[in-house]
Write a protein that binds this ligand. Structure first.
Ligand code: ARG
Length: 563
């Protein structure tokens, strides 16, 4: 039972006028811990009892059963509760020491799957910063859901189908060079794509040719398939290089093409249920009753299917294959309308599980305050940018710890961790400015700052040659360690909140607060000095490092033991 509940229970027996739930909601956490750990404002009681608030507070503070607390005192119209630091710290430390990295693991999701549609770049196009956000956020959400017992299924819904592949085939057949594509696949294919789009403006027959080739592709024509497969394979080699750097893996690379033979079913169901309407030769589903102005376009007049048709087939397939309890789509804000349509069509089709689908959008990244735009040359090329982050990390480590043995691995963990952490600490819906210097800094609310706090603790533990024992009682009651204990005690709830809100930033902000609290403690306390509390201080350090490392792991960020 948590402390708020303990207080609510005790109060409820004294004041039958309020029920436990109401008391629970009224409890506040004072800004200043001199005013206790929790406070109850008595104003609502004053109204019912028609007594002066000060008087009520004083009477209740006198009467309440104060076991579990250091003290309970009335200050003006508040009852302030001071928790028993010694007994709570010993409970919390023993929990962390016993569970290790499993501390805060929960079983809420046991037996349930969560399907996470994430990353999902487009074949033959550059991997954008939006795809990076989706990759990093999706990966962290997978870790967070697994921590509370779900099985996460990470799906890379590659953009590998559509008329643009007809365009590419035509362009390649006209101007393509095999060696060049092999050497720099995405670059070369993008050039071909840009060129054919430009030329098609003056030669609309190219458009027609492209449509024909895509039709052939949809029909399984051998030449078309071979080229398509090759473009896809080459692009994936590049994408996988990036995924390796980021240390992100997927359970499925079934992209849009995978659903080519699974869309008839969708169209048939829609037809049977009488949901398809003809509109200028195209087949659409009207969604006005959902307040959605634009109908969902299922089939074009030439019979070609669309992005949403494939997403409908994918949703059906995923429900059948993974029987998900939740299906989430980590995709930029700009696709909100698409996902509203997707959910509404599934609901029209009679699938109650459409309620389990959530679009998890995120905001835009800018560079030097300006929107990114390939056309204006304001781009972030991911591979060189990651290399640069690692470089900067290496320089800082060289300055701090020139004799470090596995410098390269540490620089990689710090550089890549810095980019991920900066992204994840931002409230998902907000964008941010891509500022490598701020990201890799060891100061401020950054990944390296948290990693450094963790490494510093590991170094303290090494110096002390300390390993905690599950049989020993550790306990502390000073104000600085108390801040740390309260945070560690809160970790399980933090994870639940992050999962409920699909919001890794809740975990990232927690990690920053915990690192800050430890650094403050470290500045005030000589942990290694001979002292009766020495072992408890070391146990606190150990527990902090364990939780910091686990919080970072949930974010997909490594925590080196030395840096
Ligand atoms: N390939 C798409 C894009 O880059 C993202 C796909 C998102 N997932 C989905 N199931 N629609 O914009």
């Amino acid at each position: 039972m948590n402390t708020k509940q303990i207080i609510a229970e005790k109060m409820a027996t004294l004041v039958p006028e309020l029920d436990q739930e109401t008391i629970l909601n009224l409890l506040e956490t004072p800004k200043n811990s001199d005013m206790g750990d929790l406070a109850f404002p008595v104003f609502s009681l004053a109204k019912v009892l028609r007594k002066a608030p000060q008087l009520i507070a004083a009477e209740l503070a006198e009467k309440i059963d104060a076991s579990n607390f250091e003290k309970v005192e009335a200050v003006g119209p508040y009852i302030n509760f001071f928790l028993d630091k010694a007994s709570i710290s010993s409970q919390v430390l023993s929990q962390v020491i016993t569970a290790g990295s499993d501390y805060a693991a929960q079983t809420i999701g046991q037996g349930h799957n969560v399907a996470i549609d994430m990353s999902s770049p487009n074949i033959a196009k550059p991997f954008s910063i939006g795809h990076l956000r989706s990759t990093v956020i999706g990966d962290s959400l997978a870790n967070i859901f697994e921590k509370i017992g779900y099985k996460a299924v990470k799906i890379n819904h590659l953009g590998d189908w559509g008329k643009q592949f007809g365009m590419l085939i035509v362009a390649y057949k006209k101007w393509g060079n095999k060696e060049a594509v092999k050497a720099h696949p995405i670059n070369e294919l993008l050039k071909l794509y840009v060129r054919i789009n430009a030329e098609a403006e003056e030669h609309p027959e190219l458009d027609e040719e492209a449509r024909d080739w895509f039709r052939k592709l949809e029909a399984g024509d051998e030449e078309a398939m071979v080229l398509w497969q090759w473009f896809r394979d080459e692009s994936l080699v590049e994408f996988n290089r990036l995924y390796d750097e980021l240390d992100v893996t997927f359970d499925s690379y079934n992209g849009e093409a995978f659903y080519n033979d699974k869309m008839d079913e969708v169209v048939n169901i829609l037809t049977e249920k009488g949901l398809l309407q003809e509109s200028q030769g195209a087949q659409v589903v009207n969604l006005e009753k959902y307040g959605i102005e634009h109908p969902a376009l299922i089939k074009k007049s030439d019979g070609a299917t669309l992005y949403i048709t494939r997403d409908l087939a994918a949703a059906l397939y995923r429900k059948r294959t993974y029987n998900f309890a939740k299906a989430i789509y980590v995709v930029g804000n700009e696709q909100s309308a698409h996902f509203k349509q997707l959910k509404a069509v599934l609901n029209e089709m009679g699938y109650a599980w459409s309620d389990d689908i959530t679009h998890v959008p995120f905001g835009l990244v800018t560079k030097e305050g300006k929107k990114l735009s390939t056309r204006k040359g304001n781009v972030i090329l991911l591979e060189p940018t990651i290399a640069e982050a690692i470089n900067r990390a290496q320089t800082q480590i060289d300055g701090k710890n020139p004799n470090l043995s596995n410098k390269e691995a540490v620089a990689h963990a710090v550089g890549v961790g810095a980019i991920k952490f900066y992204d994840l600490k931002t409230d998902r819906l907000n964008g941010y400015d891509f500022d490598l210097e701020a990201m890799v800094s060891f100061e401020g609310e950054t990944g390296p700052y948290v990693q450094y706090a963790h490494a510093r603790i590991q170094s303290i533990l090494r110096k002390a040659d300390f390993t905690p024992s599950v049989n020993q009682v550790y306990s502390l009651n000073d104000a600085e360690s108390w801040e740390i204990i309260k945070l560690i005690q809160d970790f399980p709830r933090i994870i639940i909140r992050a999962a409920d809100n699909f919001e890794p930033s809740i975990v990232a902000k927690f990690a920053i607060r915990l690192a800050q609290a430890f650094n403050k403690y470290y500045a005030h306390t000589r942990i290694l000095d001979e002292n009766p509390e020495r072992d408890s201080r070391l146990a606190l350090s150990y527990a902090t490092a364990t939780v910091l490392k686990e919080a970072l792991r949930l974010l997909g960020v490594e925590a080196p033991d030395e840096m």
